[in-house]
Write a protein that binds this ligand. Structure first.
Ligand code: ADP
Ligand code: MG
Length: 280
């Protein structure tokens, strides 16, 4: 009988751990997590949303996190971003272990090092596009570098919409404001939670292009949670979660391969025969 991926992973675990130790000194992880677990509730009613997740996010890459509904994507992202505490394990961002920080320091670190893009844009309705974009700097009492501010606004193509309020902008434009707001502080890492979830495919595509360009042109590190195979196909790396574990961790994949892999993961107790390199 063919060994399952889980059995193979267990067999290879010691060698992988050794390799990781070697590579750790050579590659730079902006976000590093070790042994993450997250359990909701207690006793019989407890849910293991994450079961021992190790992950390193490399600088200047776009990493997509995928997986069936309930596989732990949001939980993982919230913990990596310091919005939730793990039950066990640790996370560091830009060399700082956030799982040990007190709330005040953590808030400060999130403000200085992390950008967020949400599915529902989360802009402030009473502020103009321009005011929304510079809000993170205003909150940190920092001034925008004029040249950087121009580059960001040009990149998102909102030069002639700066005085509009969110209600006067389309969904795609609002999300582009949100991208600019996330980029303005030059965060160590930008987290995007289903950034195209509320957009049609064309405007969604524009937002994805923008995320891709922020990586290619500005060297931005991006972590994107998505359930859309098309969205994940712009990623440099795709991490597939299932039942709170990393089931597969792949470099660039085509939309079709991603789609097939997801379908496979969603099938309960399926023979896990995913395209590990073979079809690429
Ligand atoms: P995904 O984002 O992949 O859909 P989540 O991270 O939201 O998955 O959830 C992972 C698991 O944890 C699911 O079984 C979910 O029901 C459970 N879960 C998430 N948040 C809570 C919570 N606040 N309380 C109890 N269970 C939760
Ligand atoms: Mg989710």
């Amino acid at each position: 009988m063919q060994p399952t991926i889980t059995e193979e992973r267990e067999r290879l675990a010691p060698s992988i751990a050794e390799l990781e130790r070697v590579f750790a000194t050579e590659t730079r992880a902006v976000v590093a997590a070790r042994g993450l677990t997250r359990t909701y509730g207690k006793g019989d009613a407890s849910v293991h949303a994450l079961r021992h997740v190790d992950i390193d996010i490399t600088e200047g890459k776009l990493t997509a996190i995928m997986g069936p509904s309930g596989s732990g994507k949001s939980t993982l992202m919230h913990i990596l971003a310091g919005l939730d505490q793990p039950t066990g394990g640790r996370v560091s961002i830009d060399g700082v272990e956030i799982t040990r920080l007190k709330e005040k320091k953590l808030t400060q670190l999130r403000r200085d090092k992390i950008g967020f893009i949400f599915q529902s844009f989360n802009l402030l309705a009473t502020l103009t596009a321009d005011e929304n974009i510079v809000l993170p700097l205003s909150l940190a009492r920092r001034k925008a570098d004029a040249a950087w501010r121009r580059s960001v606004i040009e990149a998102v193509g909102l030069q002639d919409r700066l005085t509009h309020r969110p209600a006067e902008l389309s969904g795609g434009q609002q999300q582009r404001v949100a991208v600019a707001r996330a980029l303005i502080t030059r965060p160590a890492v930008l987290f995007a939670d289903e950034p195209t979830g509320n957009l049609d495919s064309r405007t969604g595509g524009e937002v994805l292009d923008l995320l891709r360009r922020s990586v290619d042109e500005f060297g931005q590190t991006v972590i994107m949670v998505t359930h859309d195979a098309g969205a994940a196909s712009i990623a440099d790396r795709i991490v597939f979660l299932k039942d709170g574990r990393i089931e597969l961790d792949e470099d660039r994949m085509t939309r079709d391969d991603i789609y097939d892999t997801i379908k496979n993961l969603e099938t309960p107790a399926a023979t896990v025969r995913v395209a590990v390199g073979a079809e690429r």
